[in-house]
Design a binder for this molecule. Structure first.
Ligand code: PXG
Ligand code: PLP
Length: 447
């Protein structure tokens, strides 16, 4: 169906459109040409014009189980009726403890203490604060520096943008916290690689150079996404994460994996840590833990790290970790999380992902040779496609292609010079072909 007269059909007045300052959105363009979702079921949204839109990014990497899952909806509405809120500090509710145990059952061995927050950004700050506090409590107060990675995304708080390496997200905000960055692993020769690339494991050795520069006695932690999501699916070279793990262990630096996108199925394993066989000291999660229905995030760490806080906590009634949010372990989020984790297991989400991943890989790599495509990368049920820049406008072409896909009835994510795909776990080969065909057609129309 053609888009016509969007302002007449979206059911919003111009002043309503103006009143809402949308997050990470080109507000001028959006308000001139609004894209409004009104409902979501299964793998499709419906927009204000009544069109069915295939969900090529599972919401925002959140809804791998598909939309409108009745078990989740019911758990949420039952919980909000039974107990809408419970203060998270000094008092508890059962669901938080039950969910913590459930989360642990999805984690690699050794990660068994869960701290809940409300988003991936809060998870990033929580992990960084715990890392610094851990060393201070162990008498190594000079270990305060953090090391992130170029093109990394760790949310939008000051901590997250400091360790993050997406330049556009930080340059207008001034001073952050003190951080160095490893290089990203997009190296020449790895273009159009399916899964993990062969070249680039040695880039982990840059950590040794940063240790030589600052001394490990001044470095608290390294934080990376095991595979980078927002930057357009950057998959670690074979051996890279093992090398990073080894260097961190050798030099007493904590390793934090930001698994906000990669955990709970999308990697074809319950965590990317499991998929790659590398266990961090702290693992951050969010998004898929509630299938996107209610905001929630968290970090998982080891009992040894938690014990350091308990041992240093002073009198028995004292707070050993002065950190937490009003909405930490919100009962409605916990209810959504418990059902989501049950469904992920019942429906064998990782097996679903691994069964459809080869068809997905074929479909996305069929775009090799299409106009403007300079690289395609994939892992599990996620793929990134890099497009050649228009002169002076590197971010324009992905935006134009995504708008063309939207007109064709497909929601795909665009960011900087890439398109990103992360369809729901239950997607069919036919749907994935239709999705990549739509991108192919849009590319053909590009000047
Ligand atoms: N870490 C990672 C690895 C993420 O992907 C966050 C932290 C922050 O989570 P919150 O819940 O604070 O947004 C994320 C979030 C994109 C896109 O375009 C990705 C995210 C958020 C918005 C857009 O790929 N990931
Ligand atoms: N700002 C003020 C004035 C507050 O009282 C609070 C929490 O009580 C916060 C910020 C933090 O909000 P949250 O706990 O939701 O992160």
């Amino acid at each position: 169906m053609e888009l016509s007269d969007p302002h007449g059909l979206i059911g919003l007045t111009p002043s309503q459109l103006d009143a809402y300052w949308m997050p990470s959105t080109g507000n001028r363009q959006f308000k001139a040409d609004p894209r409004i979702f009104v409902s979501a079921h299964g793998r499709h949204y419906r927009d204000a014009q009544g069109r069915s839109i295939f969900d090529g990014l599972s919401g925002l990497w959140t809804c791998g189980l598909g939309h409108g899952r009745t078990q989740i909806t019911k758990a949420v509405s039952d919980q909000v009726a039974a107990m809408d809120f419970s203060p998270p500090f000094q008092f508890g509710h059962r669901l938080a403890f039950q969910l913590a145990e459930q989360v642990v059952s999805f984690m690699p061995a050794g990660l068994d203490r869960v701290f809940f927050v409300g988003s991936g950004s809060e998870a990033a700050d929580t992990s960084l604060k715990i890392a610094r506090a851990y060393w201070r409590l162990r008498g190594q107060a000079s270990k305060t520096r953090f090391i992130g990675r170029a093109k990394g995304y760790h949310g939008v708080s000051f901590g997250g943008i400091s360790v993050g390496g997406i330049v556009g997200n930080r340059k207008i905000y001034g001073e952050g916290i003190t951080v160095d960055h490893l290089s990203h692993t997009l190296v020449p020769g790895n273009e159009f690689c399916r899964g993990m690339p062969e070249n680039g494991a040695d880039l982990a050795d840059q950590l040794l150079e940063l240790i030589a520069l600052h001394d490990a006695s001044n470095i608290a932690a390294v934080i990376v996404e095991p595979w980078a999501g927002s930057a357009g699916i950057i998959v670690p070279p074979k051996g890279y994460l093992q090398r990073l793990r080894q260097i961190c262990t050798d030099h007493q630096i904590l390793l934090i994996f930001d698994e906000v996108i990669t955990a709970f199925g999308r990697s074809g394993a319950w965590t990317a840590a499991e998929a790659f066989g590398v266990t961090p000291d702290i693992l951050n999660f969010a998004k898929q833990v509630t299938n996107g229905a209610i905001p929630m995030g968290g970090i998982v760490t080891t009992r040894a790290i938690q014990q350091t806080f308990l041992d240093a906590g002073g009198p028995h009634y004292a707070i050993e970790l002065p950190h937490g949010h009003t909405y930490s372990a919100h009962p409605v989020a916990c209810a959504a999380g418990l059902v989501t984790l049950d469904l992920l297991r019942q429906e064998s989400a990782t097996e679903q992902v691994n069964a459809i991943a080869p068809a997905f890989e074929r479909a996305v790599h069929s775009l090799r040779g299409a106009p403007h495509v300079t690289d395609i990368r994939n892992f599990g049920l996620a793929a990134g496609i890099t497009l050649a820049a228009m002169p002076g406008e590197p971010a324009r072409r992905p935006f134009e292609v995504a708008l063309d896909c939207w007109r064709q009835g497909f929601y795909v994510r665009f960011g900087a010079d890439t398109l990103q795909l992360a369809p729901p776990f239950g997607s069919t080969a036919g749907e994935l072909d239709a999705l990549t065909n739509a991108i192919g057609e849009a590319l053909q129309r590009q000047p």
